[in-house]
Design a protein around this ligand. Structure first.
Ligand code: HEC
Ligand code: HEC
Length: 452
């Protein structure tokens, strides 16, 4: 089993609150995230404990021979779930109610591990939502249980075609279609023109620096905007009002998170050289770090950045302004400052604090290491990560690289372990700025990036 570093988990649970969390009102937001079910149940314990019966060989035979507890650990690893420190038989990513029903929480996409270590606010780059949902459905049929909202929803729209990334943005658009600006439910026919694509969630410790939200930076920042995830039809408009206070706490906790420190050695002289290179070539977009640092939150036109444009094109200016004009955006409270943001020309250059920990990179999670960000021509076409491996040399995920998908028939679950950059929305091209650097300068910048 993965050797988790329990100290980090204790920090996560607020047993040792960070200084910033204390100052901003503590960790009650985390407690809300871990204990409140906002969504209808996805499945119960009996379903979870039978999932192994759907696995491919030899895993199924191994699971058959294992104890119930070990099988649960195997299931958590398969679906990218992390054990709760106070009850390792249950995952952080689901809230288990007193009735034994499991429902997904925000940590499903927003709490992961790097090198087996859990860091508060680190995105979950292992989450296998589509595989989990598919296998839950198979078990429910066998156990003659009713389908839930996820089981049905995933028949209408893809949840995520590569583990660790999800179609979350389009879930939001699909659900918002059935609401007016006050979030009253207005039944309409589903949309079939959505441009489905998978996104890599950003680390939550950037939230404090951001004035607007999301990869294209169009959305009004605030606790209400974070509630879109609750738009299922079971939650009427009154629920959103009722739950607002909980989300004030959740937002305060997210705002309090700090980037993790690089846990290995650094060459200080090389990093210092790297800082000079960074100031010349990168800071105009990504800002400066350390004492007196500043973050410009610049939107870079798509023609200039050249990364995958599907996410940018998937939302219309009208959809963006309707979201900001709805209850989620306090009915356009920030309209003045968001005017230029609602038809963005490209993507926001994100803050790079704690960047060593939040691989894979770019908004679609297409680039596995910082070395590959710095060497555009050498980025892998097809790659697969090891579940918890960390590559200290290339600074990022430990991967297996290939020119093509492996030959032979893969099960859907196996296929989703591979990232294929040739698929729509998954391009790893662009951000060619490092091409102006010599190899020595790239090496220095890589060293500097470790300490941000
Ligand atoms: C199914 C996966 C998923 C779930 C569940 C989820 N998110 Fe996200 N979240 C994402 C993705 C993907 C993005 C990036 C979207 C983009 O940039 O277009 C995101 C973006 C965000 C951001 C914006 C950060 C930034 O810097 O722009 C915040 C904050 C956030 N989510 C909070 C939450 C909260 C709070 C919940 C629970 C109520 C939640 N998310 C549930 C996937 C998810
Ligand atoms: C002209 C503006 C610009 C310059 C110059 C620039 N970047 Fe970026 N950078 C961006 C944008 C925009 C993104 C987001 C791209 C995306 O997600 O599609 C990005 C993304 C990144 C990421 C991935 C961040 C993440 O969380 O996934 C890293 C790392 C990065 N840049 C490092 C650098 C370094 C190092 C340099 C200097 C050699 C540099 N950038 C120069 C605009 C810039």
């Amino acid at each position: 089993m993965t050797p988790f570093i329990w100290g980090a988990v204790a920090v996560l649970l607020g047993a040792i609150p960070t200084a910033r969390a204390e100052e901003k009102g503590g960790d009650s937001g985390l407690r809300v995230l871990l204990s409140q079910s906002y969504l209808p149940a996805d499945f119960d314990e009996a379903v979870f404990d039978d999932l192994w019966t759907t696995w491919e060989e030899p895993l199924r035979t191994q699971a058959a021979a294992a104890s119930v507890e070990d099988r649960r650990q195997m299931a958590m690893e398969r679906y990218g779930l992390l054990p709760r420190p106070d009850d390792p038989t249950r995952p952080l990513q689901y809230v288990v109610g007193p009735d034994g029903q499991w429902s997904m929480n925000c940590l499903a996409c927003h709490q992961g591990q790097v090198g087996g270590q859990m860091i508060p606010g680190l995105p979950n780059s292992n989450y296998a939502l589509e595989t989990l949902t598919e296998e839950v459905r198979l078990v429910k049929v066998r156990q003659r249980k009713a389908f839930g909202h996820m089981d049905m929803g995933s028949l209408l729209l893809p949840l995520g075609t590569t583990n660790g990334t999800t179609n979350a943005v389009m879930f939001g658009v699909a659900l918002m279609r059935h609401r007016d600006a006050d979030l009253n439910i207005v039944p309409r026919s589903p949309r079939f023109d959505l441009v489905h694509h998978d996104m890599d969630a950003p680390p939550w410790w950037h939230y404090a620096k951001r004035k607007t939200l999301y990869a294209d930076g169009f959305a009004a920042k605030g606790h209400r905007m974070l509630m879109q995830f609750l738009l299922v039809k079971e939650n009427g408009p009154e629920k959103f009002r009722e739950w607002e206070d909980g989300f004030r706490d959740i937002e305060a906790w997210i705002e309090s998170l700090e980037p993790p420190r690089w846990p290995h050695e650094i060459d200080p002289a090389l990093a210092q050289d790297g800082e000079q290179v960074f100031r010349r070539h990168c800071a105009e977009c990504h800002g400066t770090y350390g004492a007196g640092g500043s973050y410009p939150e610049r939107v870079i036109p798509i023609e200039e950045i050249g990364t995958d444009r599907v996410r940018l094109d998937s939302l219309s200016p009208k959809e963006r302004s309707e979201l900001n004009g709805s209850w989620f955006g306090h009915h356009g409270r920030d309209a003045e400052s968001l005017r230029d943001r609602e038809s963005p020309a490209g993507y926001v250059a994100p803050p790079l604090d704690g960047i060593w920990a939040s691989a894979p990179y770019f908004h679609n999670g297409s680039v596995p290491t910082l070395w590959h960000v710095l060497h555009p021509a050498a980025r892998p076409v097809v790659w697969k990560r090891s579940p918890t491996g960390y590559d200290q040399r290339l600074v990022g995920l430990d991967i297996e690289e290939a020119a093509d998908m492996p030959p032979g028939r893969l099960t859907a679950a196996e296929r989703r372990r591979w990232f294929d950059t040739r698929k729509p929305g998954k391009s790893a091209s662009g951000h060619d700025f490092p091409d102006q650097l010599s190899d020595a300068e790239k090496k220095a910048v890589l060293e500097y990036l470790k300490q941000l």
